[in-house]
Ligand binder design. Structure first.
Ligand code: CO
Length: 481
């Protein structure tokens, strides 16, 4: 990896690259804020997941999404922050640590070393368990969408093993990293997809006690890359984007799976709308690619879906180190609203925010229901693409009045987490936004608590070490330390 220090407007590439460094130690300690004070109502645990280790003994994984899952637990209590991190002990992680080398192919960009013949016809993937972590029904679950969850001890973060929900899931059955919780019933609605030339989509309901109590299976024609979806009380909605999987280079061992995806030219996105009984209606919208949905809700005969839309699948060239990405060549994501009319079979599309954004979150009580506010990571500049350095608050009833809290030029943000103030459920933006920053000036991470109304800084904790850029996480009001 060459270290370039090009100042591309709001940031330097060398600063950004430093956040992609492994954290090998497993730590546990208390911190006081360096400025401000922790809001009295903010009590609970933020669990985050992401690739904590990006290589095995100097042999780098080809893509950060292939990195080993590491859980960070941040406990907020009595004015202080307790921070602990631990790797998820999957059999693949333990085997690679013992062997001191890459033994498995990664879905996104990792090949076993030794050339194509070592990868030839090897279709086994490593489950890095690195994408999200949720606390549901007394279970802490690390999620990775192509296989079953791993269960962890919420107090010690010790790996307890695969979660099959008493055999309701097969040991290697896909379970999404983006389940959605019904705020009325507490049910967790999830899915899993096995894909190839055609796909099998499984829909799950996990009750508030943590039992998998409902399972439907649907055959879907064609290849499906479904990372996230939309849940409303009566519908489950998936966007089957027009990407195809060219299996031959993968099977022959020439390329990792994630690099065999290509956009299908001029093909529409298929919108799969399942009702509660599992009946499917398919609608069509413009081509493009969606990783993440903000929310969706029913409005009379219509279903409104808000998503972060890319004009094209943001693919990584197999010969390019991901730390050397030229952001100018990566399509930015914008916030787009789709209005689906199921009876007329029509879809209308409207761009709500054109700044490049990722990692959207909302008030958990508004999941699947009409809502007003969304928070997300954003670029510092209002146009073009760049690493995320800011948090954007969008008021959907007052577009154009977005609030931006930027940490440029030397800090980079991860997914924000919204925590409602337990003392006041309304208004919807009464609460806090927890932001994990990588601060290149200290080569270490910070945790910043923002007031969710105006994004003013309540307090800041400076960790004595860095956290590699993470993926997703979730908050529970429970405390385990
Ligand atoms: Co995601």
């Amino acid at each position: 990896m060459s270290v370039s220090s090009v100042l591309a407007g709001s940031y330097s590439t060398a600063d950004w690259q430093k956040g992609y460094t492994s954290l090998r130690q497993e730590l546990s300690y208390w911190l006081d804020p360096v400025s401000g004070s922790l809001p009295a109502g903010l009590v609970g645990t933020l669990f985050r997941n992401g690739p904590g280790q990006l290589e095995v003994r100097g042999q780098a994984y080809g893509h950060p999404f292939d990195g080993d899952g590491m859980i960070v637990a941040m406990t907020f209590r009595e004015g202080r922050l307790h921070c602990a991190n631990r790797f998820i002990r999957t059999p693949e992680y333990l085997a690679e640590q013992r062997a001191g080398q890459v033994l498995y192919r990664g879905v996104f960009g990792t090949q076993k070393p030794g050339g194509w013949w070592r990868n030839f016809l090897d279709l086994r993937f490593k489950n890095p368990a690195n994408t999200n972590v949720i606390y549901h029904g007394g279970k802490l679950l690390a999620l990775w969408e192509a296989s079953s969850p791993y269960r962890l001890d919420p107090a010690t973060l010790e790996t307890l093993g695969r979660e099959t929900f008493h055999g309701a899931l097969l040991p290697d059955q896909p379970f999404t990293a983006h389940p959605r919780r019904d705020p009325e019933t507490g049910d967790l609605w999830a899915f899993g997809v096995r894909t190839g030339l055609n796909s099998t989509l499984s829909l799950y309901r996990v009750d508030p006690q943590g039992s998998l109590v409902e399972k439907q299976e649907h055959r879907i024609p064609g290849f499906c890359f479904l990372h996230d979806y939309v849940w409303t009380p009566n519908y489950r909605i998936f966007f089957q984007n027009p990407v195809q999987f060219q299996s031959l280079p993968f099977v022959l061992g020439l390329k990792p799976a994630g690099m065999c995806l290509t956009s299908v030219p001029n093909a529409p996105t298929k919108i799969l709308v399942f009702d509660r009984q599992g009946s499917l209606i398919t609608l069509e919208s413009s081509p493009g690619f969606i990783f993440h949905f903000v929310n969706g809700f029913e409005n009379g005969e219509q279903i409104v879906v808000d998503a972060l839309y890319y004009g094209d699948y943001p693919k990584l060239d197999p010969d390019v180190d991901y730390r050397e990405i030229d952001f100018a060549t990566v399509p930015p994501a914008s916030l787009r609203r789709y209005t689906l009319d199921v009876s007329r079979r029509t879809v209308t599309e409207e761009t709500l925010v054109s700044r490049s954004v990722e990692f959207p979150v909302i008030h958990p009580r508004r999941q699947g229901h009409a809502y007003r506010y969304a928070y997300m990571g954003a670029t510092h500049a209002s146009t073009g693409n760049a690493p995320l350095q800011a948090i954007l608050k969008v008021d959907l009833e007052n577009l154009g009045s977005e609030v931006l809290r930027s940490f440029a030029p030397r800090c980079f943000v991860s997914e924000p987490i919204f925590v409602p103030d337990p003392q006041s459920g309304d208004p919807e933006d009464r609460g806090w936004v927890i932001v994990t920053l990588f601060d290149a000036s200290r080569e270490a991470s910070s945790v910043v608590i923002l007031d969710a109304e105006d994004l003013g800084i309540c307090c800041r904790f400076d960790l004595p070490h860095h956290l590699p850029y993470g993926l997703h996480g979730s908050f529970t009001a429970e405390v385990f330390v």
